[in-house]
Design a protein around this ligand. Structure first.
Ligand code: SAM
Length: 190
């Protein structure tokens, strides 16, 4: 598989996220995606939301932390065996796949820095999919939840026993998700 056509959201990893969008995302919604990688989810969000703010630093350091927080040996083996493009190549894939979509705004920044650019209660949906350790997910939720309007949607990826820090961080902040989808995305109104 060529790196420029690399696709990780195959089968239920696509349909699960589409189901989340049908249930939780409206056509005029302002949606933030934290952690975009090569833009596969961004492209899906862009089909359902009004505007997608795609936030990712695309920094080489990420490659060292890609599996941090994962306890499932099968998933770890998959990550280890997968072709590992540089983050520069990953960003180029994002640009080709999602960067030219009219309703996608690319913000090359960390979630921690980008949060300062958004007013409180200004967003409809925040999807958390950056670093998957307990500490990182808690920080992303605590930082970004105030940016959601009342009744907005907090969501994210990897609500799964393979990533116990994600499950713990979600449960400690917003409780049990309203729904968990086939791709292990989770969502809750806040
Ligand atoms: C699991 S991938 C995202 C996958 C993407 N959401 C999808 O479903 O196609 C995680 C991404 O988080 C990004 N990332 C790492 N640290 C970050 C941070 N502090 N803020 C935002 N994104 C970060 C990485 O660069 C990487 O591209």
């Amino acid at each position: 598989m060529s790196q420029l056509t690399m696709k990780m959201r195959i089968g239920e990893f696509t349909t699960g996220l589409e189901d989340l969008c049908r249930a939780f995302v409206g056509p005029s919604d302002l949606l933030v995606e934290l952690g975009c990688f090569s833009g596969e989810a961004t492209e899906i969000f862009a089909r359902f939301a009004g505007t997608v703010f795609a936030i990712d630093p695309w920094a080489e350091e990420y490659c060292a932390s890609i599996s941090e927080g994962c306890v499932d040996q099968g998933v770890l083996n998959y990550i280890q065996d997968a072709p590992v493009p540089s983050m520069g190549e990953v960003e180029a894939m994002f640009d080709a796949r999602a960067g030219t979509l009219a309703n996608v705004i690319k913000l090359k920044a960390s979630a921690e820095d980008a949060v300062r650019d958004f007013a409180d209660a200004s967003l409809d949906v925040v999807y958390v999919d950056a670093i998957h350790t307990y500490e990182a997910v808690i920080r992303q939720i605590v930082d970004w939840r105030p940016k959601l309007r009342r009744g907005g949607v907090l969501a994210g990826h990897d609500f799964s026993p393979a990533w116990p820090g994600v499950m713990r961080a979600v449960r400690e902040t917003v409780g049990e998700p309203e729904q968990v989808f086939a791709d292990t995305s989770w969502a809750v109104h806040v």
